[in-house]
Write a protein that binds this ligand. Structure first.
Ligand SMILES: [Cu+2]
Length: 293
């Protein structure tokens, strides 16, 4: 029979549970023809539903487990990705590359850079030290006012070295420890003057001329000291008549050196100390003879 036929439970027949079944019994019991099938259908539907539910649960369990695992895996993966920023597959290489990045420990090598800094500091310090030295030199230079010689001077003074000559002050006396020096005309000599005094300044100046010329050289030195207002200025200014070779003032205990060419003209020349009052006019006091043969 067709569903749409009279047998249709929606039809007018008693089989319709919404129909007149009340008279014929409960809907479950239905009519004589639809009752049993409906129960089976319901039971089957329930069974199928339960089975489906079991399956769903089972699947849910498994898939849920996977889901649970997935979250776990995801977090794991996530951290992994977080660690290895380049998550992609080819990225293991990138990760390997990151190892070199770790190799940027050479960056730690930049510690040497820090070392460079100290070096720079050292350089700076060295520079400072150099500056200090320069400053010291400047101070020393400043300690010697203009007009005061720091090196031997005079027309007979020359460079290099020559035959050695030695002379000094006679202890604490205002005298030389030698009154005569002999040289060969035209030869070069290097004279070393030792100030043996512990308190008095001296020097050695070679003069060509008579007593008057020598006196004038001594006077020029006194005038120079008065002009410069400095004991170190107790020397004849360059160009002073009669002066052949002059040595700066030598402090107590110090040694001065001067190299000069002996006059070619044989004769007697004089050397004096030009510190005021050490040489006395008239070839007295701190004076000696340089005999040129
Ligand atoms: Cu003297």
């Amino acid at each position: 029979m067709s569903w749409r036929g009279s047998g249709n439970f929606r039809g007018s027949g008693g089989s319709d549970w919404r129909g007149k079944g009340n008279s014929g019994g409960s809907a479950l019991n239905g009519g004589s023809a639809g009752g049993p099938p409906l129960i089976y259908l319901i039971a089957g539907a329930i069974g199928v539903g339960i089975l489906a539910l079991i399956i769903v649960i089972a699947v849910g369990m498994s898939s849920g487990g996977n889901t649970a695992a997935a979250p776990t895996a995801v977090p794991t993966t996530a951290p992994a990705d977080a660690t290895a920023a380049p998550a992609p597959t080819g990225e293991p290489v990138a990760a390997a590359t990151e190892v070199p990045a770790a190799t940027q420990a050479p960056a730690a090598t930049q510690a040497p850079a820090a070392t460079t800094a100290p070096t720079a500091t050292a350089a700076t310090t060295a520079t400072a030290a150099t500056t200090a030295t320069a400053a010291t030199t400047a101070t020393t230079a400043a300690a010697v006012p203009a007009g005061i010689p720091t090196e031997p001077y005079g027309p007979a003074v020359t460079t290099g070295s020559g035959t050695a000559l030695e002379i000094g002050s006679d202890g604490e006396l205002l005298l030389f420890d030698k009154t005569t020096l002999e040289v060969n005309g035209g030869d070069t000599y290097t004279l070393t003057f030792t100030n043996n005094s512990t308190a008095v300044q001296h020097n050695w100046v070679l003069v060509e001329g008579d007593a008057t010329v020598v006196d004038n050289v001594a006077k020029a030195a006194i005038a120079n000291q008065l002009k410069l207002r400095n004991p170190l200025g107790s020397v004849p200014p360059e160009g002073t008549a009669g002066v052949l070779a002059a040595m700066p003032i030598i402090n107590p205990g110090e040694v001065g050196e001067i190299t000069f060419e002996a006059p070619t003209k044989p004769g007697t020349y004089y050397f004096i100390c030009t510190f005021p009052a050490h040489y006395i006019n008239g070839l007295q006091g701190m004076v000696g003879e340089l005999v040129v043969k």
